[in-house]
Design a binder for this molecule. Structure first.
Ligand code: HAM
Length: 428
């Protein structure tokens, strides 16, 4: 098999016809659900100033320290290909003063993100996220709504083998006491920590809890859980979240170890986890980030959101939903140039009327054309050659029923539009 001289970048991938049908189905299902709940689409740039991500996601995170595609442009400005969408949406919310009339805004966005991680199944360097965010709602109902939306979307896509892990990461009022307890343990366990964690343990001890290095995991086994240190306000917020989830019949699992890999989170954090993708268990993640808008120069507006790993979700959906490639409605087999001209005219007219056609633009034999029609899984074939042009009628063959009928050449387009429209009606 030949290979192109220049191949795909490692960790990047093409999503090919045959897969894109499933991606479109997922996208349509997500958009339908978001729109029903009052979310509006926002499209943000692929690149931002590096500082936006560094300040939002946090200087000590793996994403900012090791994974961002950052470069100086020709004028020397430090730019970064977005590793996630939340920071940009906050910037946009502030920049366009979207809080001015009504701070409550709901957004969704779908698109590619970039992180230079080690590629493996379910982990790519360019991957896609389906992202939803609610601004301006401090009440725990926003948290519940987002978790409910994730569950509903997954159910609509027949993905049921998932668990919602929820935790609370507290707020600036309750975190210092927790950090103190954690730092005491980290000081004792210092010799077992990896070099990243040694560096991070004093500046940002929470990051150590998220470290995947086995030695650090082992050292963190007896670590205190932040949820045991919540202030009254955070505690009551979290109980309302879990109470409402129960009331709405959304199953969840309180996961005291869940800390998430980004620094901006406060209070509720959650992940949808699955066993279907090996090591990459998180198919979606999110949480509250009540301080982020304020810290980026905006007003103190609370916010919360999630991002679904689109690639991971598509891989799971593909396990139980065969990709439905839509075959053309009709194949037009033409023999000879005059017939081909007519066939091309019909094909475009039918296409403009929503009837999918395929034909051969070259000079294939009738046998080869019929083979092509069969391969494409086309239900009906129209045959036009010299003798049809002479007689003024063409033959429409129904491949499944093995029946055929004649259609006057002058009435081909109208008759076919009627045939296919009727067929659609009868399908319902
Ligand atoms: P995150 O947990 O970094 O959160 O990413 C969300 C999801 O994106 C992950 O659960 C995973 O499914 C997918 N994902 C992340 N990295 C990769 C990768 N290298 N390859 C494939 N999929 C990946 C965020 O990005 C936050 N912005 C979510 C959020 C929105 N929080 C509040 N609002």
């Amino acid at each position: 098999m030949s290979q192109p001289d220049i191949q795909l970048i490692r960790g990047f991938k093409d999503i090919l016809p045959g897969e894109t049908e499933l991606w479109q189905l997922i996208e349509r299902t997500a958009i339908g659900l978001f729109e029903d709940f009052g979310y509006r689409e926002i499209r943000i740039p692929i690149m931002e100033k590096t500082e936006l991500f560094a300040r939002s996601i946090g200087e000590d995170t793996d994403i900012v320290e090791k994974e961002m595609y950052t470069f100086a442009d020709r004028k020397g400005d430090q730019l970064t290909l977005r590793p996630e969408a939340t920071a940009s949406i906050c910037r946009s919310y502030i920049q366009h003063k979207m809080y001015a009339q009504d701070p409550v805004r709901k957004f969704y966005t779908i698109g590619p993100m970039f992180r230079r991680e080690r590629p493996q199944k379910g982990r790519y360097r360019q991957f896609y996220q389906i992202d939803a965010e609610i601004f301006g709602v401090a009440a725990p109902y926003a948290d519940v709504e987002l978790i409910l939306l994730l569950r509903t979307l997954f159910e609509r896509l027949n993905v049921t083998d998932t668990t919602a892990h929820v935790n609370s990461l507290g707020c600036p009022a309750c975190r210092p006491r927790f950090k103190q307890a954690l730092s005491a343990l980290l000081a004792e366990a210092a010799s077992a920590l990896c070099s990243d964690c040694l560096r991070r343990k004093d500046r940002n001890p929470l990051r150590v809890m998220d470290c995947k290095v086995p030695g650090c995991r082992e050292a963190m086994k007896g670590a205190p859980a932040i949820i045991d240190y919540l202030c009254d306000a955070c505690s009551s917020h979290f109980s309302t979240v879990t109470d409402m989830l129960t009331r709405l019949g959304v199953p969840y699992h309180v996961d005291k170890q869940l800390v998430r890999g980004l620094d901006y989170y406060t209070r509720t954090a959650f992940e949808i986890q699955t066993g279907a993708l090996g090591a990459q268990s998180a198919v979606a993640g999110g949480g509250r980030y009540d301080g982020l808008v304020g810290s980026l120069g905006g007003p103190e507006v609370p916010a919360i959101g999630f991002a679904i790993g689109f690639d991971r979700l598509a891989e799971i959906v593909a396990l139980n939903t065969p990709a439905g490639v839509r075959p053309p409605d009709l194949y037009i087999a033409a023999l000879g140039e005059p017939a081909r001209k007519l066939a091309f005219e019909w094909s475009t007219a039918l296409g403009l009327n929503g009837i999918g056609t395929a034909m051969d633009y070259g000079d294939k034999s009738l046998k080869a054309q019929m083979k092509q029609a069969n391969r494409a899984g086309v239900g009906r074939v129209l045959i036009v050659g010299e003798s049809e042009l002479e007689s003024g009628t063409v033959v429409l063959r129904n491949m499944a029923a093995k029946t055929q009928r004649d259609i006057p050449i002058a009435a081909v387009v109208d008759t076919l539009i009627e045939t296919f429209t009727k067929k659609e009606h009868s399908i319902g």
